[in-house]
Design a protein. Structure first.
Length: 91
């Protein structure tokens, strides 16, 4: 078998393109917020970040943070105020 014939037997067809999924506005909003925070971090404009995540069924809440030692108290206070504001907005 020639080298050219051997090469053509190893050609694999590309799989079909992935179908476009409908845009979910909630997911798009979360991604936009995270991208903005990443941009600010890359530019050196942030020193601390706190994230509160709620599962899709609302049954689980998680928190993550990255901060300097002195910022933890301030972040907890800001998250507390944010929580109260969000609860008030639901009413």
């Amino acid at each position: 078998m020639s080298e050219i014939a051997a090469e053509t037997t190893r050609v694999v067809a590309f799989p079909q393109a992935v179908a476009a999924t409908p845009v979910d506005e909630n997911t798009a909003s979360m991604i936009e917020v995270l991208q903005e925070q990443l941009r600010l971090a890359r530019e050196g404009k942030l020193r601390s970040v706190a994230v509160v995540s709620v599962s899709s069924d609302g049954g689980a809440v998680g928190t993550q943070w990255s901060c300097t030692h002195g910022d933890i108290t301030s972040l907890i206070g800001k998250l507390t105020v944010l929580t109260h504001d969000m609860m008030a907005a639901r009413k």
